[in-house]
Write a protein that binds this ligand. Sequence first.
Ligand code: FES
Ligand code: FES
Length: 171
Amino acid sequence: MSPSAGPLRTVSVTLRVNGVHHAVVVPVHYTLLDLLRRQLGLPGTKPSCKEGACGACTVLLDGRPVTSCLVLAASVDDRTVVTIEGIAADGGLHPVQDALVECGGVQCGYCTPGVVLSAVALLADVPEPTPDQIRRALAGNLCRCTGYAKIVEAVQVAARRLAAQRAAVRP
Ligand code: FES
Ligand code: FES
């Protein structure tokens, strides 16, 4: 990372996003959210409050969920990011996405990318979370449409399916 002088100060950043290496030059004031949407053309990460309050912009940074509107792009040099575009595997939806659709946990969908990434991070840490654990993990992801119950139910459904998939491949 090397800041430049001049009227619009920029910074060079290298990072891996959804498995792809990128080397970019961005204005020093850019957030990770700006970098993803404006520089890399990944619109799945949603801007909303831009002050860390709503969770719409959640991505995984080195595997942990973060609000990308609060992370300076300059600080993600040499780090790994996963956005909603990197969550689906083999052209199909991730089990969390499938369960959200089936359980009615998606209405307008604006919060959904952030919810999915927070849920994926939770299930990586806690494969069979209780409803309380799910509510705590998703506490930073605001949803104005669903009332949350169906989102919690969907994460439980996804957890059961992922557990079944793991059991099926176990020797
Ligand atoms: S847009 Fe980042 S938390 Fe709301
Ligand atoms: S589905 Fe509309 S904000 Fe959550």
